[in-house]
Design a protein around this ligand. Structure first.
Ligand SMILES: [Zn+2]
Length: 75
C-alpha cells in the first residue's frame, strides 16, 4: 500500500496493482475509489483508516484487471 501525493489536493493510493483516488473522508474511515471509475465505469472501492495506514474494509471488487499503462493515466 503506497500513498501518492499528487499536485491536486487529492492523494492517491496504490494497492495490489490498482490506483485509487480519495472519494470521501468519514469519521472513522476513508473511502477510496478506483482511479478508473470514470473511464472504465469500474466500481472498485475500498476503505482505510484515517491515517491511511491499513485497510479497514474491502469494498467492491474491480470488474476487470486494469492495464496500468492505459494512455492518459498518470501514475
Ligand atoms: Zn477498478
Amino acid at each position: 500500500m503506497e500513498i501518492i501525493n499528487s499536485n491536486n489536493n487529492k492523494p492517491k493510493l496504490y494497492f495490489e496493482g490498482y490506483m485509487y483516488v480519495l472519494k470521501h473522508t468519514g469519521k472513522s474511515s476513508i473511502t477510496w475509489r478506483c482511479s478508473k471509475a470514470t473511464m472504465l465505469k469500474c466500481p472498485g472501492t475500498m476503505y482505510t483508516d484515517l491515517e491511511i495506514s491499513k485497510i479497514v474494509k474491502s469494498g467492491i471488487t474491480h470488474i476487470i484487471i486494469h492495464n496500468t499503462q492505459a494512455k492518459q493515466e498518470r501514475g
